[in-house]
Design a protein around this ligand. Sequence first.
Ligand code: G3H
Ligand code: 13P
Ligand code: ZN
Length: 331
Amino acid sequence: MSTSYKDLGLVNTKEMFAKAIAGKYAVPAYNFNNLEQLQAIVQACVESKSPVILQVSSGARKYANANLLRNMAKGAVEFAKELGCEIPIALHLDHGDTFELCKDCVDSGFSSVMIDGSHHSYEENIALTKKVVEYAHAHGVTVEGELGVLAGVEDDVVAEHSTYTKPEEVVDFVKRTGVDSLAISIGTSHGANKFTPAQCTRNENGVLIPPPLRFDILEEIEKQLPGFPIVLHGSSSVPQEEVETINKYGGALKDSVGIPEEQLRKAAQSAVCKINIDSDGRLAMTAAIRKVFAEKPGEFDPRKYLGPARDALKELYKHKNENVLGSAGKA
Ligand code: G3H
Ligand code: 13P
Ligand code: ZN
């Protein structure tokens, strides 16, 4: 039996994005896999009165159980109300790679899905995306497509540079697929190691400064698709204080460089109306847990280390909403 997202109290991304473009801010899309991450997202977004997109990857579905996750999202809507603010909440499939996965999510209560056909040929990407759009739209579910490929942590510089989104393709892609939003590639990438030190310069404090995002490509895309919602993946900033805390308490993170928040602030004021952040949350959680383990080695109650991790996550998300994406106060 299928479940509509409306029965779970969720919304799709249509109105969220229209408001974000008009208001020159971006809606946060935070990934979650477990209870503490979800609690932190909801608390932070209620406290900062921000709309939010709860993001679930196929890995998260395998890890946490799809049915459980769907009911957690329903619980998130009720939790937000209980906290005193009815913020718009979307449940979104992150990086769906097949029609069947997207269909399953539509049928099980997701209000938005991403079909990531960016690793296919252009024509195959269009055919797959169009098929997902037809099914999703029949159920009121919004769809994010992707053009251009983001590098993963292990990919090399040359591959990353050769797969920026081509502005001359975007109009044709959007028209032929019917997508509601488009993820683009302008120099962000997934994970905590977005740039190699060789790609960066060092400032006077020895901090690695990455090359700027390709705002020229973004501007060209905006010219081609005026007012159309654009999505930025791979937008963690990899705060150096989190990396230092992790390494201080026994971690071994090397050459971890992210996207400077200044650049995300600039992007959020453009047609970019959804910004995806996962790795920063992973770092904040890991730093907090490592600190408890190092300082209180006798501690073995999970609430005593997951609780501080949840608090750190909440502060991180509030900071993003208030100081980077500009979504605070927009719910
Ligand atoms: O872009 C990918 C997200 O960070 C999700 O990562 O597939 O490990 O859950 P995951
Ligand atoms: P980060 O790895 O930069 O957090 O990106 C997350 C993302 O794009 C999820 O789709
Ligand atoms: Zn992504």
